[in-house]
Design a protein around this ligand. Structure first.
Ligand code: NAD
Length: 322
């Protein structure tokens, strides 16, 4: 099949010098968290993503209890391209066994991740879902440990991830400037929740790169619907279901609309979407190219926004209270 003429846009990530593809490959589905994925589908999805201009791949030891990292490693190796042609981020501190942000655990964690990924270094190592740990430990112990890993050449940049937006300002206000290179926020920049936008001036001022994940709200904005474990309230789930039904009735694809919504704000360096099939890769890359060449379907977007208005910016609790 001929490749589309236009290519996927690359965007600078804060002060890192990295240029990420505007669509990033979220590898959590390779850990079977949205249903089973065969080795063949995983490898083919990563190959197709790279071929179509996706250069950024995100995983974690937590996804599928290390399965996502193993599958991503296998798939990247199968690409057979020089290491500098793709950007890999993984995480530390969150495991199927629980949370541990101690210096000792995260220092061991990167070696385990590198072995599973079959890599000598990762581009970004992120403290995973820090709202479940002590934020003061993250500031005083975890991030300094990650700085040592940076000096050792095992990681190039340091990041933090989480759901409540306050955790980012808490940490960034307390670490020396330039220590945390990137934040990864999820479910706060999709059609139903755009609260991450309010934090952009602060993050820009700090020189921190911003990645937004889960444009499909972890399955809420898909025809297939969310997985069993999805933490949204019944009210939010049913409003999203109504939005999905509305698009379907009009012959429109809600996932495409949702991805295009997230991609339209260029202050986000990459929109990480979870993918587990060649078909999804094709659709998502085509949606990204369409939004830069043609624009998005404003009419359907306003209709969907109207349906979701009663639940706009509704989120769910995550983490321990600080
Ligand atoms: P998502 O909103 O990207 O939704 C993923 C679901 O949508 C999967 O079921 C996928 O198969 C499906 N999908 C993808 N493209 C589709 C299409 N074109 N049509 C229909 N369905 C489609 O949620 P996500 O996977 O949770 O988030 C994306 C990535 O972001 C993750 O894989 C992970 O890498 C990262 N992430 C990180 C954190 C964190 O660090 N705390 C949290 C959430 C997500």
């Amino acid at each position: 099949m001929a490749l589309p003429q236009a290519s996927l846009e690359l965007r600078e990530l804060g002060n890192t010098g990295l240029k990420l593809s505007c669509v990033g490959f979220g590898a959590s589905p390779l850990g079977n968290v949205f249903g089973p994925v065969s080795d063949e589908d995983a490898i083919a999805s990563v190959r197709e993503a790279f071929r179509r201009g996706i250069n950024f791949f995100d995983t974690s030891p937590y996804y599928g209890g290390t399965l996502s990292e193993k599958m991503l490693g296998k798939s990247l190796k199968a690409l057979g391209v020089p290491r500098h042609e793709y950007i890999v981020s993984t995480k530390c501190g969150r495991y199927v066994e629980g949370f541990d942000f101690s210096a000792d655990r995260v220092t061991r964690s990167i070696d385990e991740s590198l072995a599973r990924l079959q890599l000598d270094y990762v581009d970004i190592l992120q403290c995973h879902d820090i709202e479940f740990g002590s934020l003061d430990q993250v500031v005083n112990e975890t991030i300094p440990a990650l700085q040592k890993l940076k000096e050792a050449g095992k990681i190039r940049f340091i990041g933090i991830t989480g759901l409540p937006l306050e955790v980012f300002t808490y940490v960034l206000d307390r670490v020396p400037s330039g220590t945390v290179d990137v934040i990864l926020s999820y479910c706060h920049y999709s059609i139903n929740d755009s609260t991450l936008e309010d934090l952009l001036p602060y993050l820009k001022n700090k020189g921190v790169g911003v990645i937004t994940a889960s444009p499909l709200a972890m399955g809420l904005l898909t025809e297939r619907g969310p997985p069993e474990w999805h933490p949204a309230s019944p009210e939010l789930k049913s409003a999203c279901q109504a939005a999905v039904a509305h698009c379907k009735e009009k012959g429109k694809n809600i996932s495409k609309l949702a991805l295009q919504y997230s991609l339209s704000n260029k202050d986000f360096s990459s929109v990480l979407v979870g993918m587990n099939s060649v078909g999804q890769v094709e659709e998502n890359v085509a949606a990204a190219i369409e939004v830069t060449t043609v624009g998005k379907d404003e009419e359907t977007l306003s209709e969907v926004e109207a349906i979701l208005k009663p639940v706009k910016n509704q989120t769910w609790p995550s983490g321990i209270q600080h």
